[in-house]
Ligand binder design. Sequence first.
Ligand code: HEM
Length: 307
Amino acid sequence: MSQAQKGICAEPNLHALFLIFNVIDDDEQAVRAKLAHILELFTHYDEEHYEAMVSGVLAVGSHYWHELYPGLIPLELAPFPDMHCEDRNAPVSLGDLFVQIRADRLDICHAIGAEICQVLKPHVDLVEEVRAFRYLDGRDLTGFIDNADNPKGMQKFSVAIVGDDDPDFAGGSYVHVQRYRIDMDRWQRLNQTAQETIMGCHKNSNEILDLNELTDASHHQRSQFSADNQEKIALLRQSMPYGDMTTQGSMFVSCASSPRHFRKMLRSMIFGTEQGMYDSLLDYMTAETGGAFFAPSVNFIKQQSKA
Ligand code: HEM
């Protein structure tokens, strides 16, 4: 059975480092081998510093995939959905390789990141580097607990990992990444009731608002879907806050067994209902980047490193 990368279903950590690279030469054979080397690095640090709960995700951009692994395409691989409606945007920023490093030690995240940059030299340019952190008791900078309604236990795997319906890519995961900037001044000027109306849940308990308080423009309603069999459509979200005293926001990362769920939710947030009820969280959070990636199984990366 194909083994999923450990970082996809790992528990949240205190620190994360997100790196996005563009590949600048056409030595695909070398890059394939180096991806396997990076998986070994994750394992090495995990074993050497087990108390740091190290985990990593390595994913290949939907465009670059065709160059790196020609002829071997995950069934649903698709570009990031470029969406715009009025002043709500989901811009696309092409990235060839996405690396998510998470640990309970900032120094370990840094050390792994530095080694990965060395390993990938001279084939890549680093185009994005974001350090993210756990904030209070797992809240994002809006002050609401983030990722609380994530699937738990074994359900994580069925939500996040490709199964046997795409046997060559079983164990893989469709990863979407967006860096959002928050307009902190405007958000903090809202009182708690207004913030809860936007989120659709209570700030302290995270409970969903009563039906008479819940609006179609709330983040909860705009990201809430059921499949034909009434089962809730879910993503495994791994978002974390980032920022300094000048610029802050959320690094949104989701992993899923299909890219359709993310697309459906993002469309609903941006375009909203027929009555124009879009996700009012987007009046305060602006997407600045967006990328669609596929994180292949450990077995796939290792096998292809010799090809
Ligand atoms: C703009 C940055 C975002 C912030 C600050 C944010 C924050 C939140 C918060 C606080 C919750 C409630 C607690 C929980 O996590 O379960 C939530 C729920 C959720 N969010 Fe987001 N989110 C963001 C973007 C997105 C995007 C882009 C998507 C998908 C395209 C998404 C999908 C979801 C889903 C599926 C839920 C669970 C809904 C439910 O079943 O109650 N979020 N988000």
